[in-house]
Structure formats: C-alpha cells, structure tokens
Design a protein around this ligand. Structure first.
Ligand code: AMP
Ligand code: ZN
Length: 483
C-alpha cells in the first residue's frame, strides 16, 4: 500500500516498525460540545484506514485520547480552557460536560459505523505520566520554568517545523492580534507543558506537581497517551489537517526529545469539510451534527457514503444538494444489493479473490475510497453468481462500513412483505377521523412501495411525520394517528 506521509510530503510504500503490526494513534475529540460532521469526516476516513489495514492482514492497535483538559480556545496556549467554557455555557461541572459529550461522540460514531479504538483514554486520567515526561524534558534541558509555567524550548531542536517551512513571523504565536504576548517564552514557538499561572484563576481541574498546582498543556496528552498504549515507536498518527501545526509539530518536538529517537513514521492528515462560509468549526457555534441529519430524515450512513466518494486529502464542500445526491445513490445501491439472490449457488472463491484485488488496487493508492466505492458497482456487474457477489461485498464493506448486506437483507424482507400484500388497501384512522390529504399520501406511499421505490416511500413517511402523523403498516393496509 502507498500512503501519503505529511512529514515527507510524498506517497510512500507503507511499512511498519514491527512486521505485521500497526501502532496507530488518533487525536480524539475535545469534549466541550457535540462533534460536528466535519470532525466526523476525519473520524470516518481514519476508521476506513484502520479497517483497510486490517483487511490487508495487519494486527492494528488503535489508540485515541479524549481531550477533557488543557485545550485552550487558541491552539497557541492562549485563551480559556474550552472545557471550562462549555461547563459555564451549560451550568454544569467540567466532568459532567466531559462525560456527556464523550457519550454523545461515541453515539455518533456508532451511527456512522465508526469502530471504537482499542484504547480510549481521557487526558485527565494520566496526569502522573505527563509529570514524568515533563520532568524528563527538564532534566535533559529541553524545557524551562518561567513565570510559574513549564515551557518546551524549541531553540534546542535542529528542526522544529516538520510539516511545512513556515514563515516564522506568521507563526509568532505569542503576538497575535487581540492576544497578549506571553513574555515568559524564550522563543516565539515555545509552548506550555504545564500551566500553573493562567489568566483564568477559575480553571476547574488542577493537580499537584513538582512545579506547583496546575494543569497540563494540550499537546503533552497525546504524547503521553500514545507512549503508554502504542509504545516508543508509532507507525501512524492521524488527525485533521488543522492539527498539523502547532499540535502535531509540538507532539513530535516533545516526544522525540524525551525518547531520544525518531518516534512516528507516518503522519496522515484529513482535509476539512467546508461549508460555503469556510471551514466547519465548533467555535463558530453553529454547526451540523449527526442528530440534525437524522432529524432531517437522512440515514447517517448516507453521510458516510458521501465522505467516501471523495479523497481524504482533498477538502470537501458540504451542501444539502451534495448530500441529497449521495443519499439517493446510496439508496439505489442498497436496492441493487437487495435484488441479489443470496442462495443462487456456491461461492466462486477465485472470483472473490479477483474482485477483492480490484478493490485493493484502488485502495492501495493512498486510500482512494472513491475507487473503492466504484468497485462496489463493478462487483454488482461482475459475471458471476449472486452468492459470490454478496461474499465480495461483505468483504469490502468490512472496510467501507456501509452495512450494505445488512441493509439489503432488511430491504429484501420489506420487498417480500409488499409482494404478499393483497390488492385492496385499507386505510384506518385510530381516532376514526377522515383526512383526504393524509389518506392520499398513505396511498402514494403504498404505490411507491409496490413499485419498489423505497426512497420515495420513506420520503412520504417523513413527510407525514413532519405533519404530525404516524403510520403503522398492517397486512392489507395501514393505520394512522396524530402524535
Ligand atoms: P476537536 O474536537 O476540535 O479537537 O477536533 C477533532 C478532530 O476533528 C481533529 O482531528 C480536527 O483536526 C478535526 N476537524 C476539525 N474541524 C474539521 C473539519 N471542518 N473537517 C474535518 N476535520 C475537522
Ligand atoms: Zn492530539
């Protein structure tokens, strides 16, 4: 497999430190609010990468942090802790906010069929590890104390900028418009490893440390958590592209200085989901969540399908029209899979291998998921029996995660039910009420189901729901009630 590496700026043939095993780390969510569908684009693409590595036969150890402390409103150590801001917004404690949004995040992941990583570690659970690493950095001369905080000294490094040759002036993090300069820093890009002095005295979570009561900087959590669960050599580190600087750059600086050897081989950055107003972001306040998609009647997996249609290294523009197109194509795809007959003969293993190799040839080129999706249609058109096609679809969908065969089986059952319904169609209202508009829609829906146009049938059901009408299918008809 060839995978693009942001650290070397090229596609390279994927190799692991330990043969057959992939140590993989992903920056997790900052749990002060719901994840938006932009964040989830990153997690979907990272999930596909993990599942594809498993498809290739690797044993993958996937680790993720949950940021519940230390991520300030500016990535450059300035501003207020995002968690505190969230707690204040909702009149709850930081820990209540963290638990609530962590659960909400994994709920969204479940709906999008994103696998839970092997290890999920909240940042607040590893304070002793950060203290040990920071002490090590101080002992080795890579860190210094100033104004009560501990800083990493970037001047001690031969190469600090890993991902880009930044213009230093642009990155003068201490001096941004509207942001006070942190005069404790010896160099512009030095960053905080441990805060004891913060402009915000009401920082909710604080721990004792050799340098005073305080809390860790944002970057140290990912270094500490990865070293604990992935060991000293990491094969792949993922995150959205906004994390490349300063977060990942600082992770590399402190981890390699601490370990005394190179740390992570591959850096995989997912480009952003944008709206017509630019990057979708939590701090903007208004953003789209999985729940909003569901309220509007979309299957969350239609959003996953939408993401898979484009490459992770290209930014993706979200519009409702684009999502509608993807949702329509997804529905048609399921209908095609539902038309396959599961028991039409023995599975042709040679054909399975051939089609799986076709899937591989696209995905091996830097995880080209749009070719992976195209391959689904090639499988449907292949000159082989349906049982073989279903076997291949199952294998490749273990990577793409669209639940194709499961959805198709449900669709097949609905098809059978519709075919068994008698010609006459009775409409009953639970209250005995007559409503011509509602009855017409129910009849239209029955027609659509008969014509196997399930997208339209589901659309009509949603339309009725929006009108406050709930329908229940019955043999030979449907009954309805107002809710
Ligand atoms: P956060 O919860 O803000 O720490 O972000 C969680 C993940 O989502 C990080 O990997 C970010 O880089 C990524 N991310 C943030 N905004 C977007 C976006 N608009 N599109 C894709 N990924 C994003
Ligand atoms: Zn991180």
């Amino acid at each position: 497999m060839y995978l693009y590496n942001s650290a070397t700026h090229k596609k390279e043939e994927f190799k692991t430190h330990t043969p057959g095993r992939v140590e993989m780390y992903t920056c997790g969510p900052t749990v002060y609010h719901f994840a938006h569908i932009g964040n989830l684009r990153s997690y979907i693409m990272e999930d596909v990468l993990e599942k594809y590595l498993r498809f290739l036969g690797y044993d993958v150890n996937r680790v993720m942090n949950i940021t519940d402390v230390g991520h300030l409103t500016s990535d450059a150590d300035e501003g207020e802790d995002k968690m505190l801001k969230g707690a204040r917004r909702e009149h709850k404690t930081v820990m209540e906010i963290a638990q609530y949004y962590t659960d909400a995040f994994f709920d969204d992941c479940r709906k999008l069929n994103i696998k839970r990583p092997d290890h999920v570690q909240p940042a607040t659970g590893m304070i002793d590890d950060y203290i040990r690493i920071i002490s090590g950095l101080l002992d080795k001369g890579y860190a210094y104390l100033a104004g009560g905080n501990v800083y990493f000294d970037t001047s001690k490094l031969g190469k600090y900028y890993v991902f880009n040759e930044h213009n230093e002036e642009d990155l003068f993090v201490g001096v941004r418009e509207g942001v006070e300069e942190d005069t404790n820093k010896r160099n512009k890009n030095d960053f905080v490893l441990w805060f004891t002095k913060s402009k915000f005295e009401d920082q909710a979570l604080k721990w004792d440390s050799p340098w005073g009561v305080g809390y860790p900087g944002w970057h140290i959590e990912c270094s500490g958590i990865s070293m604990k669960y992935n060991g000293e050599y990491l094969d792949i580190h993922c995150g959205g592209v906004d994390n490349a600087f300063p977060h990942h750059t600082n992770e590399i600086a402190q981890t390699e200085s601490y370990l005394g050897h190179p740390w992570c081989s591959w850096w995989v950055h997912v480009l952003h989901l944008n709206t017509s107003d630019g990057k979708m972001s939590k701090s903007k306040g208004e953003f789209l969540t999985v729940s909003v998609l569901e309220e509007k009647g979309y299957d969350p997996l239609a959003y996953r399908f939408f993401c898979l249609q484009s490459h992770y290294r290209k930014s993706l523009v979200f519009t409702w029209e684009n999502l509608d197109n993807a949702a329509g194509a997804f529905q048609k795809l399921i209908a095609k899979v539902a038309n396959l007959k599961p028991d039409d003969g023995p599975v042709d293993e040679a054909a399975v291998e051939e089609l799986k190799n076709k899937f591989k040839s696209g995905m091996d080129n830097d995880l080209n998921t749009s070719l992976g999706v195209t391959c689904l249609y090639d499988i449907l058109k292949a000159k082989t029996n349906d049982a073989t096609k279903l076997a291949v679809l199952d294998a490749v969908d273990a990577v793409l995660g669209l639940k194709l065969t499961e959805k198709a089986a449900a669709q097949r059952a609905r098809n059978a039910q519709a075919a068994a319904a008698p010609a006459g169609f009775a409409i009953l209202s639970e209250s005995g009420e007559a409503d011509a508009a509602v009855e017409q829609l129910i009849r239209d829906r029955a027609e659509a189901k008969k014509a196997k146009d399930f997208a339209r049938a589901d659309g009509i059901r949603d339309q009725l729901k929006a009108m406050g009408v709930e329908i229940t299918d019955m043999p030979g008809g449907a009954k309805w009630r107002r809710v």
